[in-house]
Design a protein around this ligand. Structure first.
Ligand SMILES: Cc1cc2nc3c(=O)[nH]c(=O)nc-3n(C[C@H](O)[C@H](O)[C@H](O)COP(=O)(O)O)c2cc1C
Length: 305
């Protein structure tokens, strides 16, 4: 690894992961790596409308005191301009100056209703949202997080004009279709094609797991967003900024220490060991691949560390 990118503007972002990167994890991660990793933007998992109202639990995650100090952008998921406005107004009232728009969630019931990746085949609704953004653009900076299509990785090409007209800070692209969910080969040729048509800075998101992979992307994109790679290797961005990689043992220790800190913070909030166990279990799915299988197995079973 040749050291950090000479381009200081190269942006590093922590992907939103529902059930995993909520306020407690973000806070524990920021506490451990905030200083070393420098400027890093965190995103909330998507905030949604439920039964005609902005979900209070989602809003609480955004306004939580655990978020102190970090650069945090709330993300919304919406099916039309009405839902979009409801969410943006609620977040503006909560003090948000940046809002990220989810156009990539592959969860079928949401996609069918036109939310998340479902927005990728609804040009009319997207056009309406692009217009709805104008009066807000002075007060709020918007960004988009999207995929390349629903079942065809060239579908997003049709949207490039509308997206280019939107006032955006950046567009994060996960180079897969919704149908591919989170697995399989990345559609890199289609990604190149789509990125070349966007006038906004493009952020690469997908399977970024090591500092050298970030390094390789730094010449091509305005930034990277990492999700599962950062769960398994929480020091990823700190290592990249420092220009030296940690040993396998150090990476495993960092993973376990972060999980211990998350567990300690959750223990003070949740009601009893079974809630704590359920909340911690998903993190074990993203343990470093080198970690002793017995430790991972016990973790998956007991949750608690
Ligand atoms: C369990 C899980 C929950 C996710 N929740 C969200 C979410 O709330 N909002 C969003 O934009 N993406 C969500 N994603 C997608 C990730 O942000 C990211 O785009 C995806 O995992 C690919 O990046 P990675 O390979 O670095 O993990 C989720 C992914 C997973 C696996």
């Amino acid at each position: 690894m040749a050291g950090p990118s000479p381009d200081k503007e190269f942006r590093l972002m922590v992907a939103p992961l529902q059930g995993l990167t909520e306020a407690v994890w973000r806070s524990a991660h920021y506490e451990m790596f905030g200083r070393e990793q420098g400027d890093v933007e965190y995103f909330t998992p998507f905030i949604r409308v439920e039964k005609g109202q902005v979900r209070a639990r989602d809003l609480r995650d955004y306004i939580s005191l655990f978020n102190a100090g970090m650069m945090l952008t709330p993300q919304i998921i919406f099916k039309d301009a009405e839902e979009w406005r409801m969410l943006v107004d609620a977040l503006a009232e909560a003090g948000a100056e940046r809002i990220d728009m989810n156009m990539g969630c592959p969860f079928v019931p949401q996609v069918r209703k036109g939310r998340g990746a479902g927005m990728l085949c609804r040009r009319d609704r997207l056009q309406e949202i692009a217009e709805a953004m104008r009066p807000y653009a002075d007060a709020i900076e918007f960004s988009v997080k999207m995929r390349l299509g629903i079942d065809d990785p060239t579908q997003a090409l049709d949207l490039s004009e509308i997206i280019n007209e939107m006032p955006l800070r950046h567009v994060v692209v996960h180079p897969r279709t919704a149908k591919a969910q989170y697995k399989g080969a990345l559609n890199l040729a289609e990604m190149d094609d789509f990125a070349s048509r966007l006038r906004h800075p493009v952020i690469f998101n997908g399977e970024v797991k090591s500092p050298s992979e970030i390094e390789a992307l730094a010449s091509k994109y305005a930034g990277v967003m990492a999700g599962r790679g950062l769960l398994a290797r929480p020091s990823l961005f700190a290592e990249y900024r420092r220009g030296t990689e940690l040993s396998t043992q150090e990476i495993e220790d960092a993973y376990l220490n972060l999980l211990k800190n998350v567990s300690a913070a959750l223990a003070g909030i949740l009601c009893g060991p079974s809630q704590l166990r359920d909340k911690l279990k998903p993190y074990w799915e993203y343990a470093p691949s080198t970690l002793d299988k017995k430790i991972v197995k016990a973790g998956k079973k007991q949750g608690i560390i």
